[in-house]
Design a protein around this ligand. Structure first.
Ligand code: AMP
Ligand code: MG
Length: 313
C-alpha cells in the first residue's frame, strides 16, 4: 500500500469521487479535501487500512484518529450522544467540529483508531467533495491531517504531494481549504465540556450553547496528539515579531508587512485560511528563520496562535 509511484491526482467530479471511493473501499489510502485541511483517509473498520495511515505519516500509535462520517445515525452507532452532543451537532455539523464522546460498544472501528481510549473522536465535514465521498460508505473514514507526523499541515493538494506523494494511492483535488486550520476538538465530560484543540468553532460559539467550559489546566491523557512541537517548518520560528531581522522570512498580518502576509486587512478568517500556505512558503524560503507578526487572541486568533506556538516550539 502507498508504494513507489507518485499519487494520482483525482478531479473533484463524479468520476474522481468514484475512483477515490473504490480505492478506499479496497482499503487503500487517499488524501481527501475538507474545509479545514487535507486528510489522509482510510476506512476505519479495517486493521490494515488504519495501520497504513500510521505508517505513511510516521505517526506514534498512541495518537488516536478522528472518524469522519456523513450521517448523524453513523455517529449514534459509534458513540453515546447526549442532549449536549445533539445540540452541538445541530448547530455545527456538517462543519469544522470534532466531538470526543464515550464509545458505544461494541466498538465500530478498529482499536487503533481510538488508540484504546474509552472515547472516540467524530466529525462530519462540510466540504462538498468530502461529503459526496462519505455518502458512498456505511463505514467511517479515519483521517488525520495528510502530512508527515509533526510537520506543517496541508491546506492544498500540492502540500500533500510534497510530503506524502509517494505514500498515498491518490489525492482527491478539492482546491485550497477554506478554513485552513484543523477542526475544533470538543470533549463532552459527565461534568462539563472542554476544548482539547482550538479551531474554527470558537469557545464563544460553544459557550453560547452549553455555558462556560470546565476549568482544567491541561489534558495529557485524552489528547495525546496535542504535543507541544507540531506543525514544524523545519527551522526556527520567532513569534510576535514587529519587523523582520536580516536573516528572517517575515509573515505579516495587518499593518505589519512581510515577505507574505496572512491578511493585509487584519482579517482572522483570511489569516487562518492562509496560515499553512504561508508557513510552507517560509519553510521553502532561503532565510534560515521565520518571523511572524503578532496575531490577536480573540475568536479564530486562538486557533491560529495555538498552531503558531506549536510551530515555534
Ligand atoms: P489530526 O487529525 O492529525 O489533526 O489529529 C487528530 C487529533 O484528534 C489528535 O490531536 C488526537 O489526539 C485527537 N483525538 C482523536 N481521538 C481522540 C480522543 N478519543 N480523545 C481525545 N483526543 C482525540
Ligand atoms: Mg495533524
Amino acid at each position: 500500500m502507498g508504494g513507489k509511484h507518485t499519487a494520482d491526482i483525482l478531479p473533484p467530479d463524479a468520476g474522481g469521487i468514484a475512483q477515490a471511493a473504490e480505492l478506499l473501499r479496497a482499503g487503500r489510502l487517499v488524501a481527501v479535501p475538507t474545509e479545514t485541511v487535507y486528510g489522509l483517509a482510510a476506512r476505519a473498520d479495517r486493521v490494515e487500512a488504519v495501520a497504513a495511515i500510521y505508517r505513511a505519516k510516521g505517526r506514534p500509535d498512541f495518537n488516536p484518529l478522528i472518524s469522519h462520517l456523513a450521517q448523524i445515525e453513523q455517529a449514534e452507532a459509534l458513540a453515546m450522544l447526549d442532549e449536549r452532543a445533539m445540540r452541538l451537532a445541530d448547530a455545527f455539523w456538517p462543519g469544522p467540529m470534532t466531538l470526543v464522546l464515550p464509545v458505544r460498544e461494541p466498538l465500530g472501528v478498529v482499536p487503533a483508531v481510538t488508540a484504546g481510549l474509552p472515547t472516540i473522536a467524530l466529525r462530519m465535514p462540510s466540504h462538498p467533495v468530502m461529503r459526496a465521498l462519505l455518502q458512498q460508505f456505511d463505514f467511517p473514514l479515519a483521517a488525520p491531517s495528510a502530512n508527515r507526523s509533526g510537520f506543517i499541515s496541508p491546506s492544498r493538494p500540492e502540500h500533500v504531494l510534497q510530503s506524502l506523494g509517494n505514500r498515498v494511492d491518490a489525492i482527491l483535488d478539492g482546491g485550497p481549504c477554506v478554513q485552513g486550520v484543523e477542526s475544533t476538538i470538543i470533549a463532552l465530560r459527565p461534568d462539563g465540556w472542554q476544548i482539547l484543540r482550538p479551531g474554527p468553532i470558537t469557545q464563544e460559539d460553544v459557550s453560547a450553547l452549553l455555558g462556560p467550559p470546565l476549568q482544567v489546566e491541561t489534558d495529557t491523557i485524552e489528547a495525546p496528539g496535542q504535543m507541544t512541537s507540531h506543525y514544524a517548518p523545519g527551522k526556527p520560528v520567532r513569534l510576535h515579531a514587529e519587523q523582520a531581522r536580516s536573516d528572517e522570512f517575515m509573515i505579516g498580518f495587518g499593518l505589519v508587512a512581510g515577505d507574505v502576509t496572512l491578511s493585509e486587512t487584519g482579517d482572522l478568517a483570511e489569516a487562518a485560511a492562509r496560515l499553512y500556505q504561508c508557513l510552507h512558503e517560509g519553510a521553502a524560503a532561503s532565510q534560515p528563520v521565520i518571523a511572524v507578526a503578532p496575531i490577536p487572541q480573540h475568536g479564530l486568533g486562538a486557533a491560529i496562535n495555538d498552531r503558531l506556538r506549536r510551530a515555534a516550539a
